[in-house]
Design a protein. Structure first.
Length: 237
């Protein structure tokens, strides 16, 4: 699945010495005093710019896979000032509410001919409520395992989970979390996890982590999917 030509690179950083990107790990020297006196921030920006699609296997008898729209996500921090780019989904599907409609065509001797199967998949979205951008401080709400990293966005009684790594089985099933953002880095989430680990190690002190969520122009109600799982139509609220 080709990545749109955005003039960006998922494997290039503006720091030629970053060990994460096969550099020699050498940079201009920064004093330990600087790290001790300042609390640095890692910023994750979930944008409203659609850039690609991410395909998921569903293990569903009616439709084997789905392809959800993906949006550009930017990761940076205020010490290295390096910027990395990823793709992220923004919609949580309600797979247990999947509806199947057969339209068009005709019947011949009781056999449907040229009928079109349309899958209607309701979803819920986690969007900023009162402004174009909402900021979540997630430093204390992180889960990290060998091949998995997640941050929880808390808003009153609502929760959203930003996930990278080996796909959790609960992604397309009912969960305790109503909302999911899933990060695609073309390496099963390991590039993103390594990116965050590198920034934390370089900053030395425990950084603050902020997720900036940019509001999309329109709220989506459901997707219409074709038999291949590709979105053929978007229904808005």
């Amino acid at each position: 699945m080709p990545i749109p030509q955005l003039g960006l690179s998922l494997s290039i950083t503006d720091n030629p010495g970053s060990p994460l990107y096969a550099g020699n790990g050498e940079r201009e020297k920064m004093s330990d005093f600087d790290s001790a006196m300042h609390q640095h921030t890692i910023t994750i920006i979930i944008s409203d710019e659609k850039v690609n699609e991410i395909e998921f296997n569903t293990s569903n008898k009616d439709i084997n896979k789905i392809r959800l729209p993906a949006y550009k996500m930017i990761v940076t921090d205020d010490k290295t000032e390096e910027r990395s780019y990823y793709e992220v989904t923004r919609d949580s599907i309600l797979f247990d509410e999947l509806k199947i409609n057969k339209t068009g065509g005709f019947s011949f001797l009781g056999i449907p001919i040229f009928k079109k199967t349309v899958y209607k998949l309701p979803l819920i979205a986690f969007e900023p409520l009162n402004s174009v951008k909402e900021i979540f401080e997630v430093s204390k709400f992180r889960t990290k395992k060998d091949n998995y990293l997640s941050y929880t966005l808390n808003r009153n009684s609502e929760k959203a989970l930003l996930v990278a790594g080996i796909m959790p089985e609960t992604f397309i099933k009912p969960t305790n979390y109503e909302h999911f953002f899933y990060i695609e880095d073309h390496n099963q989430g390991q590039k993103f996890i390594g990116d965050i680990s590198y920034r934390e190690k370089f900053i030395k002190t425990i950084p603050k982590v902020e997720i900036h969520l940019i509001k999309r122009e329109r709220n989506i109600k459901e997707y219409e999917l074709d038999k291949s799982g590709k979105v053929s139509k978007i229904i808005y609220l």
